[in-house]
Design a protein around this ligand. Sequence first.
Ligand code: XMP
Length: 508
Amino acid sequence: KILILDFGSQFTQLIARAVREANVFCEIIPFQKSFEIDPGLKGIILSGSPFSVNEENAPSVDIASFIQKVPVLGVCYGAQLTAKNFGGRVDKSNKREYGRAKMHIGKKDVLFKNVAEESQVWMSHSDSITALPEGFEILATTESIPVAGFKKTGGPEKPLYGIQFHPEVYHSIEGKKVLNNFLIDICGCKQDWTPASFVNETVARLKEQIGDSHVIMALSGGVDSTVAATLISKAIGDRLHGIFVDNGVLRKDEFEQVLKTYDAIGLNVTGIDAKQMFYDQFKGKTDPEQKRKVIGKLFIDVFHEESKKVQGVKFLGQGTIYPDVIESVSVHGPSQTIKSHHNVGGLPDIMHLELVEPLRFLFKDEVRKVGLELGIPADMINRHPFPGPGLAIRILGEVTEEKVKLLQAADEIYIKGLKDHGLYTSVWQAGTILLPVKSVGVMGDERTYEFTVALRAVTSVDGMTADWAHLPYDFLAYISNEIINNVRGINRVVYDISSKPPATIEWE
Ligand code: XMP
C-alpha cells in the first residue's frame, strides 16, 4: 500500500482517489501520526497544506528517515517541506501562482515517463522553492517558477521526488500519468486493488471476524448499507439480520420497493412499519435539530426492541465509508456543528456490540463498483443520497401525515421526470421541499390557496460543496405543470438556485 501523510490540504482526498483509481490501495493519515514501515508499505506521498513551511510550528515530518526504506513523493507543500528539510530555500513568491500553468520538462526521468514535454498543470501556492538542496536536481519548470519538479540524486536511499503542481487535480492534464509512474515504476506497486479482489478478501476477513456469531444491521435502502449488508451476507448468510424501518418519512412506495430489492439480492431483512409512532412524535416539533433528535431517538428504540428478538448477536453491521473515518488535520480549530448528521451514532454504546464495517476503507465510487461486482441491481447502486431523517427535513416546520403524502406525490413526479428525461444520473441529489407557505392561485375560474413546493437538484462530488444543477427550462416547466395539475394542495412550484456554500443541500 501507499501512505499519504496529510498536512491539511483540501486536495488530500483527491490524491487518495487518484491512487485508488490506479488500482493501488492507499491510506490517509495525519502527518503527526506514527506508523510502521513494513514490507507491505511501498511508498509515501506528502500532501499539500494551507501552511507555509516558513511559519513557526509549520507541520513537519522526518523525511530523511523514510527514504532509508521507501520512495517518497512530496506534492506542493510536501515538495517545499522536502526541499527545506534537506537544506534548500523556500520563499514567498512575488506572484502567487493559482490555477493553470504550463510545465516544461527539462530532464528526462522515469517520473515523467510518457509525459509530454510541455503540459498544463494545476498550481495552488504562494511560496515557492528558490534553491534546491545539494545533491538535488531540477526536473521541470514553469514560466513563473524555476522548480516545478525535482529529485534527489545519488545516495543509498530510496528515490525522493517533489512536485510543486497538483497531479491529483483534473486540470493537471498529465497528472495521473505522473502519479502512476511514481506508484508503478518507482514504488513497484502491483495494481491489484480491484472490486473483485476487495470482495474476495473482505468476505474471507468477515468470515474470520464473525465466526459463527450473528450480526444485526439497520438498513436504509441506500447504497452504502446495501453493499455492506451484501458483503456480510456473502460471508455469513442468514446470520445477518437486517432491519429496515418505515419511519413514515420515506419516499412514496419506497418501503415496499426496497424490501423487494433486498429479497431479490437474497438478504435476510425484516421490515418494520413504525410510521404511526413517528407521526405521533412529530406533533408540535418545528425546530430542525429537534426533529432530527426525535427521529434518531425513536429509530434507536425501534431498532433496539427488534434486535432483542434475535439470539446470539455479537456484532452490529454498519455501512460507514472512508470519508467518514479519515482523521482530518484541523488547521482552523474545531469546526462548528452545522447539522447533526449521525442518526445511528448512539447504537453500539447501548447495545454492547462490536462493529463490523466492511466499507470502512472505500470511497463512494468504490462502494458503487463493489456493489455492481456483487450483482446488486444498477438502479439501487445509482440512487441519489437520501438523508436519514428523510422527508421530515424537507417539510419545513411541523411534519404531519397529510404533508408527507403531499410531498411524496410531488417528489415522485419530480424523480420520475428526472429519470424519464435522462437527467437523474447527471445530478448528484434531487428532491422536493414543502414550504410552510400558502399562496393564491387560479385554476379554471376558481381561486386556490395552497402550498408551495421547491425543487432542489445539485451537482457535487461528495456533498461537501455543491452547485445548483442547471436543469433545462423546458424540463422545469414540465415538472411544474405535472405537479400543480396532479397534486391537489400544491399550486406553486419554485426552483432553488442556491449553491453550497453558502446554502446547504437540504433546507433544514
Ligand atoms: P447538507 O444539507 O448538510 O447535506 O448540505 C449534505 C448531505 O447530507 C445529507 N444530510 C443528511 N443525511 N442525516 C443524514 O443521514 C441528516 O440529518 C442529514 N442532513 C443532511 C444531505 O441529504 C446531503 O446528501
